[in-house]
Design a protein around this ligand. Sequence first.
Ligand code: URA
Length: 208
Amino acid sequence: MKIVEVRHPLIQHKLGLMRRAGISTKEFRELASEVASLLTYEATKDLETVEQRIDGWAGPLTVHQIKGKKVTIVPILRAGLGMLPGVLDMIPAAKVSVVGLQRNEETLEPIAYYEKLTGRMDERIALIVDPMLATAGTLVATVDMLKAAGCKRIKGLFLVAAPQGLKRIEAAHPDVEIYTASIDERLNEHGYILPGLGDAGDKIFGTK
Ligand code: URA
């Protein structure tokens, strides 16, 4: 399985700022978006391009354009919305496919309560965005949903990932590629990543 911990200095610096206690909503939100942009740059490095002839200012020339139906961004409600602006900054024309999942209190398994995917999922690369890859229950369910819709190429972008979650997604969907700013130490007994960021959704939306 492809798991990339993107140890670029800008990403490490920004993630370090995000880990400070008492960070404001504004700053956390801005940094989440900036790190999302940088992860997008890394995760799209291998997109295929095709040559195209165009009329340039000094005459005809050949340029490279991204091939095919391109990308759909898949933010997982609610916290994934905090990364969406940063990904859209890099891929402004991308279609957005929003999914919402919640835990069934009896089975503890995530079930979808919202799913609005764009068309031709079979021709697109899906970029799932969610700040925290903790147990990976939500991620596995999202990938199940995308594959059921015909999606063949799926990448996930996370600010922070836990080793347990990475193991679980690898077991369930080894073909998915993971890009994260940090692989942290572990999950605590409440399912929070340590050292982590705390509750990313609350920090992005200013709730508590
Ligand atoms: N979700 C969060 O917001 N934080 C964690 O540490 C784990 C899941």
